[in-house]
Design a protein around this ligand. Structure first.
Ligand code: HEC
Ligand code: HEC
Ligand code: HEC
Ligand code: HEC
Ligand code: HEC
Ligand SMILES: [Ca+2]
Ligand SMILES: [Ca+2]
Ligand SMILES: [Ca+2]
Length: 379
C-alpha cells in the first residue's frame, strides 16, 4: 500500500467514524443526571413526609397505616401491594409504616416494572404502559359511583336511607377521571352513555407524556424549550395560570352567556348543581345543605340562608339526611372537586356527570334548568 492510498484510507475511516459518532449521539438521548432526578423528586409531593397523606395515622396506637389505606399512603405499603417484599401480589397483607413516602424503590423495582394493569374501585381492570401503572394504582380513587347503588338499593329515589353517610370518590383520582366511562369512576346514570378515556392529542395522551415522574410537573415543550408544553396547540397558554382558560369547542356548557375555559364551565355547572341540591333538600327533606372544604364536607345549613357559616361547618353538624337521588348528586359534586385537574384529565366526562345530576334533581324539584349542554359521548 503506498503512502497516498494509505492516507486516503485513513481519511475514509476517519470520516466513517466521525459520521458514526455523530449518528449515535443524535440517536441516544442523554441520560438525565441523577442529581437532577433527586432534586426534582425531593421537591415533589411524593417526598413530602409532613403531608397529611403520610402522617394521618401518626397518632394511632400503634402508629400504622391500616392495610385498606396502605397501598397509597405508605411507600412501604405499596411495596407490599405489588409483592416486592415477597408477600402476595395485588394485596396489602400487613399494616404499613407511617411517614413512608413514595421513594425511588416504590416505582423502581422488578415487580413495579412489570406492573401493567390497574384494578379500579368499580372493578374494571385497565392496561397501562410500563411505569404508568403505578401512577394508576395510587391515583384511582377509593370508591366508584356504583357504591351509591350498592348502599341505597331497596329505597325509593326520594326515600331517606337510614344511617346513610356521604359516599365520596376520595382524592386525586386522576386516572379514574382520565379513563372516564371506561372505569366508571363517577356516578353514571342508567340509560346514559359516558365519554371514555380522554384521547386529547398526540404527545399528551398518557400520564408520563405530560408529567415528569420525578418532579410531577409538566414536561418541557418538545418543540420550544422556552414555551409551555400546552402552547404547542393551545396558543393562549404562556404559563400554568392560563390552563384554566383553555377551551376548544366553544360551547357555553353552563349557559351563563359566555364561552369560558373548561375549568370555569365546570365550576359554573357545579354551582348550579349546588343550588339544585339546596332546593331539593329544602323542598323534599326540609333541611338545608352546604359544602365546605373540611371533612366530611357536607354540612347542615341550619338557618337555610344558602351559605355555611363557621359555626355551621363543624363536624357535629355533618349533613346526614340522604336519599338515593341526593347520594348520586353529592357523589358527582365531590368528584368534580377533589380531583383538581379534572378539567385537564377529562373535562367533558366531568361535565356529563354534573349535567346528569342536575337533570336528575330537576325531575324531583320540578324545575328544569334551561340552556345547559351535555357533551356528546362519541367524540
Ligand atoms: C404509592 C402511591 C403513589 C404512586 C405510585 C404515585 N403517586 Fe402520585 N401521589 C400519591 C400521594 C399520596 C400524593 C399526595 C402527596 C402529598 O399530599 O404530599 C400524590 C401526589 C401526586 C401529584 C400532586 C403533585 C404534588 O407534587 O403533590 C401528582 C401530579 C402525582 N402524584 C402524579 C403521579 C404520577 C404521574 C405517578 C406515576 C409516575 C404517581 N403520582 C405515582 C401517591 C402515589
Ligand atoms: C387508591 C389509593 C388510595 C387509597 C387506597 C386510600 N387513599 Fe387516601 N388519598 C389518596 C391520595 C392520592 C391522596 C392525596 C390527596 C392529596 O393530593 O393531598 C389521599 C388523601 C387522603 C387524605 C388527606 C386528605 C386531605 O384533605 O389532604 C386522607 C385523610 C386520606 N387520604 C385517608 C385515607 C384513608 C383513611 C384510607 C383507607 C380507608 C385511604 N385514604 C385510602 C389515595 C388513596
Ligand atoms: C412515582 C414513581 C417514580 C418515583 C418515585 C421515582 N421514579 Fe424514577 N422514573 C419513573 C419512571 C416512570 C421513569 C421512566 C421515565 C420516562 O420514561 O421518561 C423513571 C426514570 C428514571 C431514570 C431514568 C431517567 C432517564 O434518563 O430517562 C432514573 C435514573 C430514575 N428514574 C431514578 C430515580 C430515582 C433516583 C428516584 C428517587 C429519587 C426515582 N427515580 C423516583 C418513576 C419514578
Ligand atoms: C394533558 C396532560 C396531562 C395528562 C395526560 C395527565 N395529567 Fe395529571 N395533571 C395535568 C395538569 C396540567 C395538572 C395540574 C392542573 C391544576 O392543578 O390545575 C395535573 C394534575 C395531576 C394531579 C394532581 C391532582 C390533584 O387533585 O391534586 C395528579 C395526581 C395527576 N395529575 C396524575 C395524573 C395521572 C395518574 C395521569 C395518567 C392517568 C395524568 N395525571 C395524566 C396534566 C396531565
Ligand atoms: C398536540 C396538541 C395539544 C397539546 C400539546 C395540548 N392539547 Fe389540550 N387539547 C388539544 C385538542 C385537539 C383538544 C380537543 C380534544 C377533544 O375535545 O377531544 C384539547 C382539549 C383540551 C382541554 C379541554 C377543552 C375543551 O373545551 O374541551 C383542556 C382543558 C386542555 N386541552 C388542556 C391542555 C393542557 C393543560 C395542556 C398542556 C399540559 C394541553 N392541553 C396540551 C390539543 C392539545
Ligand atoms: Ca402483598
Ligand atoms: Ca359558560
Ligand atoms: Ca347558613
Amino acid at each position: 500500500m503506498n503512502k497516498r492510498v494509505f492516507i486516503g484510507f485513513l481519511v475514509v475511516v476517519f470520516a466513517l467514524l466521525a459520521g458514526w459518532i455523530f449518528y449515535i449521539s443524535s440517536q441516544t438521548r442523554q441520560p438525565i443526571p441523577m442529581q437532577k432526578i433527586s432534586v426534582d423528586w425531593w421537591g415533589s409531593g411524593h417526598a413530602d413526609v409532613k403531608s397529611e397523606s403520610f402522617t394521618h395515622w401518626n397518632e394511632e396506637d400503634p402508629p400504622q397505616v391500616p392495610p385498606t389505606c396502605g397501598k397509597c399512603h405508605s411507600g412501604n405499603g405499596f411495596i407490599d401491594y405489588i409483592g416486592q417484599d415477597g408477600s402476595a401480589a395485588m394485596s396489602v397483607d400487613q399494616p404499613a409504616a407511617v411517614e413512608s413516602v413514595v421513594t425511588c424503590t416504590v416505582c423502581h423495582s422488578e415487580k413495579a416494572d412489570t406492573l401493567t394493569s390497574v384494578k379500579f374501585p368499580s372493578g374494571s381492570e385497565v392496561n397501562f404502559n410500563q411505569g404508568e401503572a403505578s401512577c394508576g394504582a395510587c391515583h384511582s380513587g377509593l370508591d366508584a359511583g356504583s357504591k351509591v347503588d350498592a348502599s341505597a338499593s331497596g329505597y325509593g329515589d326520594d326515600d331517606l336511607v337510614p344511617d346513610a353517610s356521604f359516599i365520596t370518590p376520595h382524592y386525586s383520582f386522576s386516572a379514574a377521571t382520565w379513563l372516564g366511562g371506561e372505569t366508571h369512576g363517577g356516578y353514571e346514570y342508567a340509560g346514559k352513555t359516558y365519554i371514555g378515556r380522554f384521547e386529547h392529542a398526540e404527545g399528551v395522551q398518557t400520564c408520563m407524556q405530560c408529567h415528569d415522574p420525578h418532579s410531577l410537573q409538566m414536561r418541557e415543550n418538545p418543540v420550544d424549550k422556552n414555551a409551555e408544553l400546552c402552547a404547542v396547540c393551545h396558543s393562549n397558554v404562556t404559563g400554568f395560570a392560563d390552563y384554566r382558560n383553555i377551551y376548544v369547542d366553544g360551547i357555553d356548557y353552563d349557559a351563563d352567556g359566555s364561552v369560558e375555559g373548561m375549568y370555569h364551565e365546570i365550576e359554573g355547572l357545579r354551582n348550579i348543581l349546588m343550588q339544585s341540591m339546596q332546593q331539593y333538600t329544602k323542598d323534599k327533606l326540609g333541611v338545608g345543605i352546604g359544602w365546605a372544604d373540611s371533612f366530611p364536607y357536607l354540612f347542615i345549613d341550619t338557618n337555610q340562608d344558602g351559605t355555611l357559616s363557621q359555626e355551621e361547618a363543624v363536624f357535629p353538624n355533618a349533613y346526614k339526611a340522604f336519599t338515593p337521588r341526593l347520594m348520586r348528586a353529592t357523589f358527582n359534586y365531590q368528584f368534580s372537586i377533589k380531583e383538581l385537574a379534572g378539567y385537564v384529565h377529562n373535562g367533558k366526562y366531568v361535565v356529563q356527570l354534573l349535567y346528569d345530576s342536575i337533570t336528575d334533581l330537576s325531575t324531583a324539584i320540578g324545575k328544569p334548568v334551561a340552556g345547559l349542554t351535555r357533551p356528546a359521548s362519541d367524540d
